[in-house]
Design a protein around this ligand. Sequence first.
Ligand SMILES: [Cu+2]
Length: 159
Amino acid sequence: MHQRKNRRLGLALLGLLPLLAVCATVRADEVVTVTDAWVRATAPGQTVTGAFLEISSPVRVRIVGVESEIAESAEIHLSAMDNGVMKMREVEKIEVPANQALRFAPGGYHIMLIDLKKPLARGDKVPLAIKLERADKTRIEVSFEATVRAIGEEPPNKQ
Ligand SMILES: [Cu+2]
């Protein structure tokens, strides 16, 4: 079991060698960027909502968790059509490829904020954190603020 793991890790590291040679001084936590972060406003009585953003990194990282102090819990979700019905499911991790922005958008990946501690109105700022794992398994966290947008005021879909 252990040996198998080590071999896989060895292969992963070999794959990284050319990249390390090019950017040996780049540290993922200094350069992972989150842009266009926004949260959908809540309707009266609503205790869950979604957060959306774009994340990019010059080195491959893996999203392994999300957090916000305004919610009891937060999960990474993926929405998808299933027999004509939009459904969402929890995703444990997402790979963010090097130099290729990954978009969280309505109808796709989103951060689900569950059991909100207060209602969210247009213009509110929501603190969020994304936990990331580097190729060498060390972890970093990116913290940022998302702006609450009113329903119907969502940014146009870029795709
Ligand atoms: Cu969801």
